[in-house]
Design a protein around this ligand. Structure first.
Ligand SMILES: NC(=O)c1ccc[n+]([C@@H]2O[C@H](COP(=O)([O-])OP(=O)(O)OC[C@H]3O[C@@H](n4cnc5c(N)ncnc54)[C@H](O)[C@@H]3O)[C@@H](O)[C@H]2O)c1
Length: 259
């Protein structure tokens, strides 16, 4: 399926990124892995800190020209400091993608790991737009204070994922002249090292979700969806959000609309 292709995968050292790397290689691709943690599971590896603009710029400089896609999978859970969560999950992801697109091959694909946590973006459009105005020169401390992101509940994580879904939609046609498409994937809870962080942050809400779902997802449930989003078969998808959550988002929609 991916014979002859080379993809860049961030977050390759653990969880969904590691499984996506394994699957893409099994399907014939070469994988260039990126993580802050060193690992030898990819064909080539670059260590980088995606919360640091300098580290991201050096990475973009070092990465080769002509790769066929970028899977933005690295991410931090809601238990960490709100500024850091926004830096990695939103600002770093965007800086890497925008800086790398000129080096990607014609017809390349970008796949962003969003989340069920981003489901509510249409209800928070003004805050989402304000988050999309941020970059590494912004006063993130002031933004977090003004938007109550330091309070319990992990809002920074939710907002980062809402903004990622909105940014993916916004850029449905940005690179259309070069055939470069971008989509996102929104898993529900997935059994990786950060699942416990979500359970801690969400408390009762997580317990309710777990009662409704037959099980949490696994990295093996999500990686094939990322691999599809990178593939030739997904080229008519532009700005789409692929929900891979065992039916959870449709359960919420069904409840909202009384189906
Ligand atoms: N696990 C879930 O329940 C779940 C649900 C929905 C979405 N997601 C998203 O899936 C993606 C992958 O999560 P996972 O569950 O595999 O988590 P994970 O912790 O297993 O993997 C995340 C990887 O990102 C890397 N990373 C974190 N900060 C970094 C930085 N500053 N620079 C470079 N690398 C960095 C980590 O080292 C790690 O290898 C994340 O974006 C997460 O938000 C996870």
């Amino acid at each position: 399926m991916h014979q002859g292709k080379t993809y860049i995968v961030t977050g390759v050292a653990s969880g969904i990124g590691a499984e996506t790397c394994r699957l893409l290689r099994e399907q014939g691709a070469k994988v260039i892995g990126i993580d802050r943690t060193e690992t030898d599971n990819a064909d080539q590896f670059f260590q980088a800190d995606l919360s640091s603009p300098d580290s991201i710029d050096a990475l973009i400089e070092a990465l080769p020209e002509g790769t066929n896609g970028l899977a933005n999978i690295a991410g931090l859970p809601p238990t960490l400091a709100p500024e850091l969560v926004l830096q990695v999950n939103l600002l770093g992801l965007r800086r890497l993608t925008e800086g790398l697109v000129p080096k990607l091959a014609e017809g390349a694909s970008v796949a962003n790991l969003a989340s069920l946590a981003g489901f509510g973006w249409p209800n928070a459009v003004e805050q989402v737009k304000a988050a999309l105005d941020l970059d590494f020169t912004s006063d993130l401390a002031a933004f977090c204070a003004a938007n109550s992101l330091n309070e319990p509940g992990g809002r920074s994580y939710f907002l980062g994922k809402e903004a990622l879904i909105a940014w993916t939609i916004q850029n449905r046609w940005t690179w259309r002249d070069r055939g470069i498409t971008m989509n996102c994937i929104s898993p529900g809870p997935v059994d990786t090292p950060i699942l416990q962080d979500f359970i801690e942050t969400l408390g009762e809400r997580a317990a309710e979700d777990r009662k409704v779902m037959d099980r949490p997802g696994t990295a093996q449930d999500i990686a094939p969806v990322v691999a599809f989003a990178l593939s030739e078969g997904a080229k008519w998808l532009r700005g789409s959000n692929l929900t891979a959550d065992g039916g959870m988002s449709n359960h919420i929609l069904s409840n909202i609309h009384g189906l």
